[in-house]
Design a protein around this ligand. Structure first.
Ligand SMILES: Cc1cc2nc3c(=O)[nH]c(=O)nc-3n(C[C@H](O)[C@H](O)[C@H](O)COP(=O)(O)O)c2cc1C
Length: 206
């Protein structure tokens, strides 16, 4: 089996983490690098990660995360937040993100126009914009989880939280929102059997 498929088989939503085991710093940094190099729509990289290492802050977050044990027991707790203001069409941030590709000024203007056309219906609704930036975080998080599995590091993606409460506890500015939480560490219990639909139920060729 390829290393990638082995990692896919190793990864599961880990519910109980071994509180005595810590992810080595260099490995965690490489996981963050996987996030940093992940793809994002138009290359906007809207993710802004908060790594919660403070025990008291984790304890404060837990009740707002359906009291899930992973919040306090994992080795590294990563909160994917997004900056929704900077990615609005026409901002200096967006221009800079296109300019860094080394394109001529006219090409940057064309990109700005295409981006505006694409984003206008999304950015007109705050929730749609939050969802759009959150989608980018889900890709980065998936990459991190699969990469972590190649290092025999377990993970659990967490959507079970009250977003407004978590944002308030983190004291996030208005333009920031929480997209997703992911716990990383080492399993206590053996992995449960992977249950998945058969391939012919999810794929159709046309
Ligand atoms: C976006 C997302 C959010 C999830 N949220 C939670 C969660 O809040 N708590 C939890 O224990 N598992 C959570 N899971 C894990 C899923 O329940 C799990 O991936 C699914 O049941 C398949 O099991 P497996 O990952 O162990 O193979 C989440 C998974 C995804 C992809």
């Amino acid at each position: 089996m390829s290393e990638f498929l082995e990692a896919m088989a190793f990864r599961h939503a880990c519910k109980r983490f071994d509180t005595t085991k810590k992810i080595p710093e260099d490995q965690f940094e490489s996981m963050l690098e996987v996030c940093r190099t992940s793809p994002s729509s138009f290359g906007m990289e809207p993710w802004r990660l908060i790594v919660v290492r403070n025990e008291n802050l984790r304890k404060a977050l837990k009740p707002s995360c359906w009291n899930q044990n992973q919040i306090t027991e994992c080795s590294e707790l990563v909160i994917f937040t997004t900056d929704n203001d900077v990615v609005r069409s026409g901002t200096p941030y967006v221009r800079k993100m296109f300019e860094r590709r080394g394109l001529p000024a006219e090409a940057v203007d064309i990109y700005m126009g295409v981006y505006k056309n694409y984003l206008e219906p999304i950015e007109s609704d705050e929730l749609l914009l939050q969802n759009w930036t959150a989608k980018q975080c889900y890709i980065a998080c998936a990459n991190m989880m699969t990469y972590a599995a190649t290092l025999k590091i377990d993970s659990c993606p967490i959507e079970g939280f009250d977003r407004e409460e978590v944002e308030a506890i983190l004291d996030l500015d208005e333009e920031r929102s929480v997209a997703l939480i992911c716990a990383f560490g080492y399993r206590v219990n053996p992995q449960s059997e992977q249950t998945r639909l058969p391939i012919n139920q999810i794929i159709e060729y046309r």
